[in-house]
Design a protein around this ligand. Structure first.
Ligand code: NAD
Length: 380
């Protein structure tokens, strides 16, 4: 019998950025079988894309509600078990809620929802559903990020005293100065993106990552956002100060108008014994800076790495792995959870991370709008 997990996908069509990443990730460890979905609301593009990737079209649906209705008519052993939500942000909540209410496992793109009140409803829905819910903060899947987390936990850095993440992109620069291009970009439209562009799209990755690797809790924030034009409703740059548990302080610098930057996500954690640094554009290098010692560079696949890190490496050292592999590792962790196999809590971000990520976006905008004041990060 085919024991692969039956996967459906919402969004992620041929015109999308993130679709290919999820499809490759799902196929990477032979744990999932893509059986259908709604890739696009345009029927010809939806079905045309399914044919292009060699997928039978009998489970390609015209819209999300039809997917749910038709899948529920199938015997349970044939039905989709997990559905990945890869649509623009404003659709995540309604899709995730209905999927959970109907017993599906969910893999949801970030930001999980566009408001905290939606996130709170999803939390309650999941408590009843008792299915698996993952939020794809992709970068946590990198082996050297997982190694960073484990080294911090083991105390290699000593007591943490500063956390720092920079996430700089430049792709909005050629768009933001042109009102027509601006109006055609969903990330700059509050109805589709939520109340933030830059913090919601990439600042949330930085926030989640700092808590993931450092183990500290970010307790309050002060944000200074930049909208560049008075008729632009969405932030496209921001600097956010952090006050954390154990008196740790830190900063998140995030921008989509850092001209010339591609996907420059840099994470740095400093303790009283050592500092540690990672750069997304060179993800196979982890820099350890111990007090009074020469710089060390750690790489994936070596036995000196932790079990969590090694579990995310497929090839011997020296064979570079990248973002597809990072997402593949997250899908691998979710498969373990669906199969009720033991797994490390670092193997995939959960709804708890999704809730905090949404709260961070709201608090950053609130802090800025209230005149750059400190705002507490409330738990739901
Ligand atoms: N984890 C990451 O690193 C990462 C990176 C990029 C994007 N994302 C997230 O992924 C999501 C999608 O981003 P993107 O850049 O791929 O967007 P995109 O605009 O490139 O693609 C969106 C896709 O959704 C489809 N779609 C729109 N409405 C739909 C509907 N009602 N039903 C079914 N399909 C529909 C579109 O046809 C398109 O294929 C966003 O939430 C974004 O924040 C995450």
């Amino acid at each position: 019998m085919n024991s692969k997990i039956k996967l459906g996908i919402l969004g992620g069509g041929g015109d999308s950025l993130i679709g290919v990443l999820h499809r490759v990730a799902a196929s990477m460890f032979d744990k999932y079988e893509l059986v259908g979905g709604v890739f696009n609301l345009n029927w010809d593009e939806n079905v045309g894309f399914a044919k292009n990737i060699g997928l039978p079209t009998n489970r390609i649906y015209k819209d999300f509600d039809t997917l749910i209705a038709q899948e529920l008519k199938l015997p349970e052993q044939e039905r989709m078990q997990v559905v990945s939500i890869l649509t623009p942000n404003f659709l995540h909540f309604s899709m995730a809620k209905k999927l959970l209410e109907n017993g599906f496992h969910v893999i949801c793109e970030k930001p999980m929802t566009t408001t905290s009140s939606e996130a709170a409803i999803l939390k309650e829905t999941l408590q009843k559903a008792k299915t698996v819910f993952a939020v794809t903060y992709t970068y946590t899947g990198y082996p050297m990020i997982r190694q960073m987390r484990e080294m911090v936990k083991e105390g290699v850095l000593g007591n943490i005293q500063k956390i720092d993440a920079q996430y700089y992109q430049g792709w909005i620069n050629p768009i933001i100065h042109d009102t027509e291009k601006r109006s055609n970009t969903w990330r700059l439209n509050p109805e589709k993106s939520g109340l933030s562009c830059c913090v919601g799209d990439i600042g949330t990755h930085a926030f989640e990552m700092l808590e993931y690797v450092s183990g500290v809790t970010i307790e309050s924030i002060l944000a200074d956002l930049n909208y560049l034009y008075s008729d632009n409703k969405m932030d496209i740059d921001g600097t956010i100060l952090l006050r954390c548990s154990n008196n740790v302080k830190g900063v998140i610098c995030t921008s989509q108008i850092a001209t010339g930057e591609e996907n420059s996500f840099v994470v740095k954690i400093y303790g009283d014994k050592a500092g540690i640094k990672w750069e997304q554009e060179n993800p196979n290098f982890l820099y350890l800076m111990e007090e009074g010692k020469p710089l060390q560079v750690l790489k994936p696949g070596h036995t000196y790495n932790s079990e969590l890190s090694l579990g995310g490496t497929k090839l011997p050292p020296g064979h570079p792995e990248g973002i597809f592999d990072a997402m593949g590792n997250i899908y691998k962790g979710v498969a373990k959870a669906i199969h009720k196999e033991p797994y490390n809590s670092g193997e995939f971000p959960t709804m708890t991370d999704g809730i905090r990520g949404v709260s961070f976006i709201e608090k950053a905008v609130a802090s800025h709008q209230q005149g750059n004041v400190w705002v507490a990060m409330n738990e739901l």
